[in-house]
Write a protein that binds this ligand. Structure first.
Ligand code: NI
Length: 226
């Protein structure tokens, strides 16, 4: 399931984030598994950069506001977001899947169920740089306005096509979902969208809606792990 979410960041947050991105140092070939590292050719802000913490706080605050992200990803744990830049000779990330287990700062591990890319450059500011994802329904190509985000299964084969001119800044993160099965997560998401629409038409107290909401909760109870 691929879900796009518009305007995750406000224009003020984008300005603040871009200012930090300009001041950060950038490094190559970090944070990928052995196979993905062969495909990875971009630059990233290293862990010891003093700007990284502020950037992460700004992004996490924005993610926590997004009701769509919560219902689509059902996040249990989120990896601290990372920031990358595609430009010049370091301009692409070939086809790969995201490695399954990632160490967290507290020493525990996160299972990557859902990957997210938050676009930080406007699409007109660079050529190429599409995120291409192999989905159940074929290839999906994603290039979103700055401040918008896409969620996709971490196990899907995906790539960033070469940036032909300009700079493409983005933020990416991995989430462990309460519901690890992608199809179960999709059923819950679609059901939740219908419940939201029905509540607007019939009000919270409608007896059938109470029953359907109970069904959603019982499926979540059955399928979630925490
Ligand atoms: Ni990836």
């Amino acid at each position: 399931m691929i879900v796009t979410i518009d305007n995750v960041l406000t224009s003020e947050e984008l300005v603040a984030i871009r200012s930090q991105l300009q001041q950060a140092q950038w490094a190559q070939k970090i944070s990928a598994g052995p196979q993905a590292r062969l495909a990875k050719n971009n630059r990233q802000i290293p862990e010891d950069d003093p700007h990284l913490n502020d950037l992460r706080v700004m992004v996490m605050r924005a993610l926590n506001r997004s009701q769509t992200l919560m219902t689509a990803a059902l996040p249990l744990k989120v990896m601290p977001p990372n920031f990358n830049c595609y430009t010049g000779d370091t301009n692409a990330y070939g086809p790969h899947t995201d490695s399954t287990l990632r160490p967290l700062p507290d020493g525990s591990y996160l299972r990557t169920d859902v990957s997210a890319t938050l676009f930080l450059s406007e699409p007109g500011d660079y050529g190429g740089g599409e995120l291409s994802i192999e989905d159940t329904y074929g290839h999906q190509t994603v290039k979103l306005p700055a401040g918008s985000l896409v969620l996709y299964p971490s196990g899907s084969i995906h790539q960033v096509t070469p940036v032909t001119h300009g700079e493409r800044f983005a933020c990416y993160m991995f989430m462990q979902s309460l519901v690890k099965d992608t199809e179960c997560r999709r059923h819950l998401y679609e059901m939740d969208l219908s419940l939201i629409a029905l509540r607007q038409q019939h009000g919270e107290a409608d007896a059938d809606l109470v029953r359907l909401t109970g069904l959603y909760n019982n499926l979540l109870r059955r399928w979630s792990e925490c």
